[in-house]
Design a protein. Structure first.
Length: 95
């Protein structure tokens, strides 16, 4: 397909984004339903040079925030740690 075909056939401009959105939706559904796919994706994110460090710091902040709040209201440390574990969204960090 030549570049000029895109301008002659405008449905190509509508079709490609629609296919892209459908692929994203299917991938998101797979990640939501499959724990092994989610774990692989989370591991990939953590091993990436730019996002890995940011995600680790974000998860640490979430854990410490919940831990601080639960300890301030008088919940025992063991219970507070269990609650803090539940806020972690990255499965690799949760392990």
């Amino acid at each position: 397909m030549a570049i000029s075909d895109v301008f002659r056939n405008p449905w190509f401009l509508v079709g490609m984004p629609a296919i892209f959105v459908a692929a994203l939706a299917a991938g998101q559904k797979l990640l939501r339903e499959s724990d092994s796919a989610r774990l692989q994706f989370d591991t990939f994110i953590l091993e990436s040079p730019l996002l890995g460090n940011l995600v680790n710091k974000f998860q640490a902040v979430r854990i410490l925030h919940v831990l601080r709040n639960t300890l301030e209201v008088g919940i025992r440390l063991s219970s507070a740690l269990k609650l803090s574990k539940d806020v972690v969204t990255n499965l690799k960090v949760r392990e």
